[in-house]
Write a protein that binds this ligand. Structure first.
Ligand SMILES: Cc1cc2nc3c(=O)[nH]c(=O)nc-3n(C[C@H](O)[C@H](O)[C@H](O)COP(=O)(O)OP(=O)(O)OC[C@H]3O[C@@H](n4cnc5c(N)ncnc54)[C@H](O)[C@@H]3O)c2cc1C
Length: 437
C-alpha cells in the first residue's frame, strides 16, 4: 500500500491546479494521469465566460457570472464563490508566470476577441503574450497571414477569407505570404505528415530560425499584424516568440494549429515543471481503474493499471478526469457513465434527448452538460451515497457546456482550486477531531 495525503486523478488543467494548490499547502501529493489532456488541442487561452447558455454574448464575465448562477444553479460556477473564481485565476496566472509563461487580460477585466485558426473571432479572457487581444479600434495597417510551405495543419487562406467577411475586419487589408523553413522537407515522411512539433524542433536550430526571421522581415511590414501558426516552441517559457519579435520588429498573433497545439502544450509543460519542482509525484501513463468505498462513503483505496496489486491510499482524492474527449465520461448506445469510480451521473435516460434534432444547430447539445453533479463542497455521490473524501473538478462535472459557453478553462481552474481547498478543509477538521479524541 502506498499512502499520500492527496491523490489527484487526471493531469489536465483542473488536475494540475488542484495538485499544485495541495502541494503549496504542504501536502504529499500524487497525480495519476492516463494520457494527453485537452490542453494538447486547445488555444492556450483561458475562457472564463463567453456566452450565456442561451447564446447571449458576454463581454464582462465576472459581472455576468452572478446572473448565470442565479439562472442556472446547476452550473459548476454555482459551487464556488465569485471571490474564489477570481482568486483562483490570479493564483493560476502567478503559477504560470513563475514558469515564464505569462498570461494577460484586459485592464477592465472584459473579454477580448481571439482570432481563431479559421479566421473567426472568439471571446476569451486570458491569453499568452503574443496573442493579439482584439477589442476596440485596431492599431495595425493590415493583416499578414503566414503560410508555411508544405505544412498543412494551418489554413491561412481560409482564415483570411473568413476574417474579412467580419464587420470589424471588413475594411482591413489582408494578404497571405508563404515562407519556407529550410530542412522541413527532410522531416516529412509522407505528404501529410509534418506537425507543429516537428517544425518547432527544426526552428530551435539557429540556421532555420535565422532564415525564418529574414523571410519575415523581407515579406511582412512593421505596421501589420503578422498571423503566425504556433510553430515556435520555447525552451524557457515564451522565449522563442520573444526572440522572434525582437529580431524582426514585427507584431505577431500566434494561432493554434491542428493538434498538437503548441500554445496548449506550453501551459501543460509549465504546469508539469511547477508540479515537479514543488515535489509532486507524477504517475504518467498510468490509469486509475477503480476505487473502494467504505460504508461511510469514504474512498479507501485506488487501483491503477500499472500498480495492479498495490492499492494507493490517500486522505482525500480529487477526480479531474475530463469529459468524453479524455475518457472521463463514457457514452455507449444506452447510457453515459463515469468509468473510473462508477459515480452517479446527471444524464437523460432517453437517448433521443441526448442531442438536438439538427446536429449542426447553433444551440448546445444536451449531452455536453451530462456529467457528475456534486454538492457545494464538490463531493459527488456513488450509488446514492455522498462521498466524504472525494472531490470533483473540471470537465467531468455536469451542468454546463464548456465549449459553447466558452468557460472551459475558467471552470477547470476555479473548481480545481476549490476542490483542493475543500479537501484541505476536510483533512484539517479530521485532524482536529482525532486530536480531540
Ligand atoms: C478540443 C478541445 C479544445 C478546448 N479548447 C479550450 C480552450 O482553448 N480554452 C478553454 O478555456 N477551454 C477549452 N476547452 C474546454 C476544456 O474542457 C477545458 O478548458 C479544460 O481543458 C478541461 O480540463 P480538465 O482538466 O477538466 O480535463 P482534461 O484536459 O480533459 O484532462 C483530463 C485528464 O484526465 C486523464 N484521465 C482520464 N481518465 C483517467 C483515469 N481513469 N486515470 C488517470 N487519468 C485519467 C486524461 O488522460 C486527461 O489527461 C477545450 C476542450 C476541448 C475538448
Amino acid at each position: 500500500m502506498i499512502h499520500y495525503d492527496i491523490a489527484v486523478i487526471g493531469g489536465g488543467i483542473a488536475g494540475f491546479t488542484a495538485a499544485l494548490r495541495a502541494l503549496e499547502a504542504g501536502k504529499k501529493t500524487v497525480m495519476i494521469s492516463a494520457g494527453q489532456s485537452a490542453l494538447h488541442f486547445s488555444s492556450g487561452s483561458i475562457d472564463v465566460l463567453g456566452h450565456f447558455p442561451n447564446g447571449e454574448p458576454v463581454s464582462q464575465p465576472f459581472e455576468a457570472i452572478p446572473k448565470l448562477v442565479r439562472q442556472h444553479p446547476e452550473h459548476p460556477y454555482a459551487k464556488v464563490s465569485l471571490e474564489e473564481i477570481t482568486q483562483s485565476l490570479t493564483w493560476f496566472q502567478q503559477q504560470l508566470s513563475a514558469q515564464k509563461v505569462c498570461l494577460y487580460h484586459q485592464e477592465d477585466n472584459a473579454n477580448h476577441g481571439r482570432i481563431t485558426p479559421l479566421g473567426t473571432v472568439r471571446p476569451t479572457w486570458l491569453s499568452q503574450g503574443h496573442v493579439y487581444q482584439h477589442r476596440g479600434p485596431r492599431r495595425f495597417s493590415g493583416l499578414c497571414f503566414v503560410a508555411i510551405e508544405g505544412y498543412r495543419d494551418a489554413q491561412p487562406t481560409l482564415a483570411k477569407d473568413t476574417i474579412t467577411a467580419q464587420r470589424d475586419f471588413a475594411s482591413c487589408p489582408s494578404r497571405t505570404i508563404t515562407l519556407s523553413i529550410p530542412g522541413a522537407e527532410r522531416l516529412r515522411r509522407n505528404r501529410n505528415e509534418l506537425r507543429s512539433v516537428d517544425l518547432s524542433r527544426l526552428l530551435a536550430e539557429p540556421d532555420a530560425f535565422d532564415s525564418l526571421c529574414e523571410q519575415l522581415i523581407a515579406q511582412s511590414g512593421p505596421d501589420e499584424l503578422v498571423i503566425l501558426p504556433a510553430i515556435i516552441a520555447d525552451v524557457a517559457g515564451e522565449r522563442g516568440m520573444d526572440v522572434l519579435k525582437q529580431r524582426t520588429d514585427r507584431c505577431f498573433h500566434e494561432v493554434p494549429t491542428m493538434p498538437p497545439s503548441l500554445l496548449g502544450i506550453r501551459i501543460e509543460t509549465a504546469l508539469q515543471r511547477a508540479f515537479a519542482s514543488a515535489g509532486g509525484v507524477l504517475l504518467r501513463g498510468d490509469q486509475v481503474t477503480g476505487g473502494e468505498f467504505d460504508d461511510n462513503g469514504c474512498l479507501t483505496a485506488l487501483h491503477t493499471r500499472q500498480l495492479e496489486d498495490i492499492p494507493l491510499t490517500a486522505e482525500a482524492v480529487i477526480l479531474a478526469t475530463g469529459s468524453y474527449f479524455s475518457r472521463g465520461l463514457n457514452a455507449d448506445r444506452t447510457q453515459v457513465s463515469e468509468p473510473t469510480l462508477g459515480l452517479d451521473m446527471v444524464q437523460s435516460p432517453d437517448r433521443s434527448e441526448w442531442r438536438n434534432d439538427d446536429f449542426f444547430s447553433q444551440q448546445s447539445h444536451p449531452f455536453m452538460a451530462f456529467g457528475i453533479n456534486t454538492d457545494n463542497q464538490l463531493r459527488p455521490t456513488a450509488r446514492g451515497k455522498r462521498c466524504q473524501n472525494l472531490f470533483v473538478c473540471g470537465a467531468v462535472l455536469s451542468g454546463y457546456d464548456p465549449v459553447y459557453e466558452g468557460c472551459g478553462g475558467g471552470v477547470a481552474i476555479a473548481t480545481g482550486y476549490a476542490a483542493a481547498q475543500r479537501a484541505l478543509a476536510v483533512m484539517a477538521s479530521a485532524k482536529e477531531a482525532s486530536h480531540a479524541n
